[in-house]
Design a protein. Structure first.
Length: 186
């Protein structure tokens, strides 16, 4: 008799994963030295404050395998810059990734190797194709938790050092207001 396997589940509302072994990592404000533009504001913050949590299915690694994870990015700011993930290129630069917006609202910041940046709006149901050779960072511009599911090749790896000088675009309250005006004016 064929048997039916119950696959892991993602809760569409909370973005929580269940039904399979999970791994979790929380990144606190204190871990994000040098990430935010306003160093003084960063130093004034509580280093134990959770900025984002990633839950991941504990699945096999290796050629052809895929990882699945959900990032839960808390709302907040350092100075006037919104909470965001550290951001990275893949160590294997040519490897892409897919993000799906699940809850909350924010932006996906993409940066090519030549420094060119672009933004995509992240919201429940949004699909983001991140091509190879493209650094990526989630930014929470809303008042609720921003949750997004990601799927990527397990061989991709993370290269954080390549962007230790920061992304070429910073999303602050001022920038957001400017962009909102541009949308209005067409
Ligand atoms: O694979 C991804 O791109 C995501 O799961 C990120 O790793 C996650 O959002 C955390 O961001 P970062 O790895 O830049 O700290
Ligand atoms: Ni990635």
């Amino acid at each position: 008799n064929p048997s039916i396997k119950m696959p892991p589940q993602v809760a569409w509302d909370s973005g929580s994963l269940s039904g399979a072994p999970l791994m979790q990592k929380t990144t606190h404000l204190g871990d994000l030295n040098g990430i935010f533009a306003d160093d003084e504001a960063w130093r004034g913050g509580d280093p134990a404050l959770a900025v984002y949590r990633v839950e991941m299915l504990d699945t096999p690694s290796g050629d052809g395998e895929l990882y699945t994870g959900v990032t839960h990015l808390n709302p907040g700011r350092v100075g006037n810059e919104f909470f965001m993930t550290r951001g990275h290129f893949h160590a294997r630069r040519e490897q892409g990734e897919v993000y799906f917006g699940l809850r909350g609202e924010g932006l996906l910041l993409l940066q090519a190797e030549n420094g060119q940046t672009r933004l995509e709006r992240v919201q429940p149901g949004s699909i983001h194709i991140i091509p190879g050779l493209t650094a990526h960072r989630l930014i929470n511009t809303g008042h609720d938790i921003l949750s997004a599911l990601a799927v990527w090749p397990s061989i991709a790896g993370h290269d954080y050092a390549a962007l230790s000088g920061g992304f070429a675009l910073r999303v602050t309250t001022d920038i957001l207001k400017l962009m909102a005006k541009e949308v209005q004016n067409g």
